[in-house]
Design a protein around this ligand. Structure first.
Ligand SMILES: *Cc1c(COP(=O)(O)O)cnc(C)c1O
Length: 399
């Protein structure tokens, strides 16, 4: 049926080929324009071909691409300084991906307890529905059987409890617990936000039992929810945080941030990465921060998020047979679909709009943070037509 491909068959790809992008738009090889509300799964935070990012990458490309962490890298120092100035963190380690940022976070937490004379404290409590990446350790942290099966014994030291269940968390804490790891809003799991109270209770439990609170803000971070980081909505500070996706605006890199205390076990030789903090990545990362930290940027995110929120609420009211619920915060939104989400996704794509599927029959809308109110309204109109098509199709099926 499918043509043979030299690529691993691990992805079920849509038959779409894009040639270039402009802001919130992707242009296919045949010239068709798609409104991109997937943004490469929350990666293209400033849209496609943002002039400031293009300029920064080109300028760095003319100077030097790669140096190695054998030497000082000016871009790492400046980006590190800027990130620590605007967050809870004192220390940063740069990685190439989200999963690597999580690996660094987990290693940092374990090493902290080891360096305090407690090598037995290496267990990490995680949550059902979580997603933390596809490495051997992060599939164990995510706990999803379909990702773990067939890859040998599950990496030890990860214990899952129901999302939002503080009593279960407390019950799971033992003498061997090192940390609690959570996404403030589960992304792949279906845009499931943790409540402010739950986040605060986790912080309090960590303080009470001497555990480290690790946040996975790979998807929620860098302005996505209308704050620089999602945990700011809950008024708490983590000890360690993994970041990636939006921080690179499309250039692949991530970061593990930590307090001085939490990072105290990570001494010379304990961790490393050949490419991590590469000058090209740092140039783009600094350029992303120029835009995201500029006056009024996060206000724009919150304003346009309101347009989405109101529009989606109205669609939910008018299409209760298609849309069950609207979830999320800022520009990390989920449409919980009544039937299989694939039906609505198909019709949305027919309207030349891109969205991303997630767990629990949810379609994610993760538009670039630079999306305009006009583009938001255009996207909502396309979703409305798609919902009508789904309603019609199911009506026909019933008739
Ligand atoms: C995407 C994602 C990851 C994994 O990032 P990769 O860059 O694919 O390794 C981890 N955690 C969350 C919450 C994510 O959304």
């Amino acid at each position: 049926m499918t043509a043979t491909t030299p690529l691993y068959d691990t992805y079920m790809r849509a038959p779409l080929r894009f040639e270039r992008g402009e802001g919130a738009w992707l242009i296919a090889e045949d010239g068709t324009r798609y409104l991109d509300f997937g943004a490469g799964v929350a990666v293209n935070s400033l849209g496609h071909a943002h002039p400031h990012l293009v300029e920064a990458l080109k300028a760095q490309a003319d100077k030097v691409w790669h140096l190695s962490n054998l030497y000082e890298i000016a871009g790492q120092e400046s980006l590190g300084r800027r990130l620590t100035a605007v967050t809870f963190a004192d220390k940063v380690f740069f990685t190439n991906s989200g999963a690597e940022a999580l690996e660094c976070a987990i290693k940092t937490a374990r090493r902290y307890h080891f360096s305090k004379g407690h090598p037995e404290k290496f267990h990490v409590i995680t949550f059902e529905g979580a997603f933390h990446g596809r490495t051997i350790a992060t599939i164990a942290a995510g706990g999803q059987q379909k990702y773990i099966e067939g890859f040998g014994p599950k990496a030890p030291g990860f214990y899952q409890v129901p999302f939002g269940d503080i009593a279960a968390v407390k019950n799971a804490i033992t003498e061997e617990t090192a940390a609690i790891l959570i996404e403030p809003i589960q992304g792949e799991g279906g845009i499931r936000p943790a409540t402010k109270e739950f986040m605060q209770e986790l912080r309090a439990l960590c303080d009470e039992f001497g555990l480290l609170l690790i946040l996975d803000e790979v998807q929620t971070g860098v302005g996505r929810t209308g704050k620089l980081f999602a945990h700011e909505w809950a008024d708490i500070r983590p000890d360690i945080m993994a970041v990636a996706k939006g921080i690179g605006g499309g250039f692949p890199f991530g970061a593990c941030l930590a307090t001085e205390e939490a990072a105290s076990g990570m001494v010379a030789g304990t961790h490393g990465s050949t490419y991590g903090g590469n000058p090209l990545a740092m140039a783009v990362g600094n350029a992303v921060l120029d835009v995201v930290l500029a006056d009024g940027f996060l206000t724009h995110v919150r304003d346009v998020a309101l347009v989405f929120r109101q529009g989606l609420a109205s669609l939910k009211d008018r299409f209760p047979d298609v849309i069950e619920d609207i979830r999320g915060d800022g520009l990390m939104l989920g449409i919980k679909v009544k039937g299989p989400s694939a039906d609505l996704l198909k019709e949305i794509r027919a309207e030349k709009l891109l969205a991303v599927p997630a767990g629990e029959n949810v379609l994610r809308l993760l538009p670039p943070l630079t999306v305009t109110a006009e583009e938001a309204r255009e996207g909502l109109a396309r979703i409305e037509r798609a919902a009508e098509a789904v309603r019609k199709a199911s009506g026909n099926a019933a008739a």
